[in-house]
Write a protein that binds this ligand. Structure first.
Ligand code: UN1
Length: 503
């Protein structure tokens, strides 16, 4: 695997030698082998990077936004050029199949293009003033350095969603990637540096940097008051630590945490569409997307038709080397993740569930990697273990009789990221996306829960953390709102009609 990774790096004109003298080993989940080493940051180097970002901010905020967008355009070009190689590096480091690795890089290209447009649209409002001869306006100003914390499962796209918008908005970025995927992060930084070199002098030193390390360097970034916004993607447990720490210093936080996403399959559902949608949602990325389908809420009239067809589809899923063509499910990230899956399946059994699948796969071929058989778990009712997010390919199935009951089940978990319904009944579809319907940030009809496009705002409610990234007006999180009232008259009337006469 090491040689393969070296070839991938070389094809991006990145010297593999830079991954040979570090003090931290990186392993591929594909076969568990070491693929390189990286140098960890320490307290002093993290501090220096934050200082540089703060200095960079003072300059970058004055560069006109459409010019800032030009840097993002150049980054997008680099990513487009190296899509296949970066996609393969993502696969080698996090184990998702190559199609999904490349798809992730495509998402990066898409957000760059979106952010270039946004760089000409950082618009505020004009607001009617109650005072004669006054104008009231709202401006959006650059915020300050943005700290990005990302997870192993989307090792590069999450950075791009944040960085593309943050740079267009006038904010330098410091990225703390997962310690499981530092090489893809450093490769992205190399592409960013190339884009900066092409862009020219307006880009100050320290505009984009990566900090490599464990929890301590992340905490240092989270606690530093110079980091204006902490955008953190990962588990709810991580968010529970990060959120209050940032709040304690009145910093801003954008949280993208756990999901526990359900698909409702209604009596009128087109099962030929629903089945591939469910399978991709549940086993894609080996169940390690925050948008993965974890629960299936099936109308009792279609249950006996759908579930056997699903089990048959699961039997045909090709598990194996995610770099090989035709593989649909690669390994889970590590042993702990496999253990978590097994524990969740045991808990489901104890709660009366019937498990089909599960267990380790390909152990003889890959003794040091963790391939698993995706599992379907038929549950008598929505139990406690179904309310937890296990980052593995487990799909729990429960029955329902009325749509109200299905929506209540869908909403009755602590997380609120993504949801969907398969129905051909317009009344049901509209009810699902009404005020009394799904309580999630994403509510889809006749597509699965995962695979959101970048044009929409991405994120969710409740324990998902409430943040929104990517499209729509998510750019506003990276800016500070400024209300400005200008008096162009020769009088000084006070608001609320207050008289304050000096004689
Ligand atoms: C994540 O799993 O962290 O909707 C993000 C999707 C992707 C993003 C997932 N566009 O599945």
């Amino acid at each position: 695997m090491k040689n393969r990774v070296a070839d991938i790096l070389k094809s991006m004109q990145i010297d593999p030698g830079q991954f040979s003298n570090g003090n931290f080993k990186v392993h591929s989940p594909i076969d568990g082998s070491e693929i390189g080493t990286v140098q960890m940051d320490d307290k002093a180097s993290v501090d220096a990077k934050i200082t540089d970002a703060q200095t960079a901010f003072l300059k970058w905020r004055t560069v006109p936004a459409p010019r800032r967008g030009e840097l993002v355009r150049l980054l997008g070009e680099e990513l487009r050029e190296h899509k296949d190689a970066l996609g393969a590096l993502v696969t080698a480091e996090c184990g998702k199949i190559l199609e999904e690795g490349k798809g992730e890089v495509q998402e990066m290209v898409d957000i760059c293009e979106f952010a270039v447009g946004i760089s000409r649209q950082l618009h505020g409002l004009t607001i009617a003033s109650e005072r004669p001869g006054h104008h009231m306006r709202e401006y959006w100003q650059p915020l300050g350095p943005v700290g990005i914390i990302s997870a192993f499962n989307f090792p590069v796209a999450v950075w791009a969603w944040n960085t593309a918008l943050a740079l267009a908005c006038g904010d330098p970025c410091i990225w703390k990637p997962s310690e499981k995927t530092p090489m893809t992060a450093l490769a992205c930084q190399a592409l960013m540096e190339r884009a900066i070199a092409k862009f020219g002098d307006d880009a100050p030193e320290g505009l984009s940097s990566v900090i490599v390390g464990l929890k301590d360097v992340g905490e240092q970034m989270v606690d530093d008051p110079r980091i204006a916004l902490v955008s953190a993607t990962g588990s709810t447990r991580m968010g529970r630590e990060v959120g209050p720490r940032v709040a304690a210093r009145f910093g801003k936080c954008l949280l993208e945490l756990g999901g526990n996403n359900a698909i409702i399959v209604a009596p009128s559902a087109d099962l030929d569409m629903a089945i591939p949608g469910i399978v991709f949602g549940a086993v894609g990325t080996a169940g390690q997307r925050c948008t993965s389908t974890r629960r299936l809420i099936v109308h009792s009239s279609v249950y006996d038709n759908l579930v056997p067809r699903l089990k048959k589809a699961y039997k045909g899923i090709r598990i194996g080397d995610p770099l090989a063509t035709g593989t649909l499910v690669g390994p889970v990230i590590d042993e702990a993740s496999y253990g978590g899956m097994e524990r969740a399946l045991d808990a489901a059994r104890a709660e009366g569930g019937t498990v089909t699948g599960g267990g380790r796969a390909l152990e003889a071929d890959y003794p040091n990697a963790y391939y698993v058989q995706p599992a379907i778990v038929e549950m008598p009712s929505q139990s406690a273990s179904m309310c937890e997010e296990t980052f593995a390919p487990i799909l729990y199935i429960v029955k329902y009789d009325t749509l109200d009951e299905a929506i209540a089940l869908q909403n009755d978990v602590p997380q609120g990221l993504s949801s969907s319904i398969f129905t051909t009944d317009v009344r049901e579809a509209e009810q699902f996306i009404s005020a009394g319907g799904s309580d999630c940030g994403i509510a889809n009809v006749n597509i699965g829960t995962s695979g959101a496009e970048i044009g929409g705002a991405f994120g969710g409610e409740k324990e998902t953390g409430g943040g929104r990234e990517s499209g729509s007006d998510a750019w506003r999180a990276y800016m500070r709102r400024q209300t400005s009232t200008v008096n162009y008259s020769r009088e000084l009337p006070l608001a609320q009609g207050i008289k304050f006469d000096l004689d």
